[in-house]
Design a protein around this ligand. Structure first.
Ligand code: ADP
Length: 244
């Protein structure tokens, strides 16, 4: 959120962004349900230049047993970036950022998953970021929801996610890496469209109350678009001709 060259580079006089998109245009999104035969459920997502694979296991026994909860199941999430996922080789050791994002995604998924149906068990969500380009937490959360559904875990709704933000004093949808670094605000949103509930909302940067409301509106509309693609991915696997 440096604000460097924001007005010059990030939005031209015709309202076109640094990667050629309009202000309310998401990047290209492709979601595939399934694909990993050894996981109970899986999904792959390309969200612009982000490429992320998610594997889900469970519900399964918890070891050590004292980590389990007799009243409900528990959700465990590991978000991991491959060393080759960013331009400069990332240290393979888990970073503070990966630990934070794992927690944020877990808390964003918990309202959606009916963990109370599986006391004493755990559902594990493994997220591998193969290529990162800004907005990995939203792309990962979106793919994790599809992978959980693919695993047959009972859910109240899927969580769809996308970021709204601000560049050159203008609210935009789906913040890319350059916009994240040089723009004025980045607001990742996770939303359950059928239940109309927000499960993730973070804000890096400064917004007026009006801009804040506009970012939420734009982000929620973006999540509704993402939701259609999540449903299509599941539909294609289970009712299409993919054969896997
Ligand atoms: P998000 O990916 O959810 O937007 P951040 O805002 O923390 O999360 O990161 C923005 C982007 O910065 C990432 O998507 C990635 O492209 C880049 N990035 C993150 N960590 C590193 C790193 N260790 N080295 C280089 N680039 C990184």
């Amino acid at each position: 959120m440096g604000g460097r060259d924001a007005n010059m580079v990030l939005l031209d006089k015709n309202g076109i962004r640094c990667d050629g998109r309009k202000v309310d245009e998401p990047r290209r999104i492709m979601i595939r349900a399934g694909g990993l035969k050894n996981a109970d459920g899986s999904a792959y997502i390309e969200f612009g230049d982000n490429k992320i694979l998610v594997g889900v296991f469970g519900p399964r026994d918890v070891h050590p047993k004292h980590m389990s909860n007799t009243d409900t199941g528990i959700l465990r999430v590991r978000y991991h970036m491959e060393p080759f996922s960013v331009g400069e080789r990332k240290n393979p050791a888990p970073s503070r950022r990966e630990i934070e994002i794992s927690k944020v995604i877990k808390e964003a998924l918990e309202p959606a998953v009916m963990l109370e149906k599986f006391p004493r068990t755990a559902v594990d969500v493994f997220i591998e970021v193969l290529q990162a380009d800004g907005g990995t937490r939203c792309a990962a959360l979106t793919a994790a929801s599809v992978a959980l559904a693919d695993a047959g875990i009972p859910m109240r709704d899927m969580v769809a996610a996308i970021a709204a933000g601000k560049v050159a004093d203008t609210v935009i949808l789906d913040v890319n890496n350059e916009e994240d670094q040089a723009g004025q605000a980045d607001m990742p949103i996770g939303y359950m469209p059928s239940l109309k509930k927000i499960t993730l909302l973070q804000l890096d940067g400064v917004l007026t109350p009006e801009e804040f409301k506009k970012c939420v509106d734009v982000g929620v509309k973006g999540c509704e678009l993402v939701y259609e693609l999540q449903k299509k991915a599941l539909h294609d696997k289970y009712f299409g001709n993919r054969g896997d």
